[in-house]
Ligand binder design. Sequence first.
Ligand code: SF4
Length: 279
Amino acid sequence: MGEGVGQVALTAKSPFELRVNLGEGVPESDVRTALATGDMGFLHSFTTGAAVDGPGIRVVAWTAGCMWRCLYCHNPDTWNMRNGLPVTIAQATDVLRKYSHGLKIMAGGLTLSGGEPLMQYRFAVKLLGAARSLGIHTALDTNGYYGERLTDAEIEGIDLVLLDLKGWDPERHRRLTGMDNGPTLAFARRLAALKRPVWVRFVLAPGLSDDTDTVTGVARFAASLGNVQRVDVLPLHQMGRFKWAQLGLNYELDDVQPPSPEAVEKVCAVFRAEGLTAY
Ligand code: SF4
């Protein structure tokens, strides 16, 4: 793809491309201004063609920066915001403009993922707004932890929220992600109160999130909200393992096998038993 910033292409073949230190040279004051205004953000990349990150065919903007440390994270190079490429809203909008016609034809849209997009929430709001003004459907894939940063009006400007519910018991959640799940659950309730469409994403990781308490807890909670249109049960995979090694990080899940299709189906059945649509 031609467009880029400096020597680095803004579009990547996949989010599994390891990208580090792309924003290293940006002065701290510029980072602060970027965060305060949202006029510039840090992106790992754009990828195209995804059909699993929202309805239709999607362009996905992968933001850099995440406050969680999930044991199964497949994009640990997105934890550090400075690993991302500094991109202005105008540059990002140019990329979207290029795809807008095709996305409309394919009933797709833009999904903002990461990392955690709400680490750069002003940039996230501006980029989603730019997409909307081009007539592109927008989805925000978030762990919800910083959902309180968004105003009601900003939430209402997003067509769909893909909300990652990673666990139920607070202690187990903390062990898996390093953080409390209270703010995520509060954001889920707020989205429900605002009647915003939500797709729940649940990563099924043997030994971490496949116990009955976790699956039933998440399923009952999701069903109680009344605005969850579907649940995607995402089997743990090991495609990001090489990034942990290359970043010198200790990956604890080397011996964990991805769940079998039968195990995934069993968990989907728990969600369906609560009245939800699950895949
Ligand atoms: S919330 Fe997502 S990006 Fe952040 S550590 Fe977890 S899996 Fe990785």
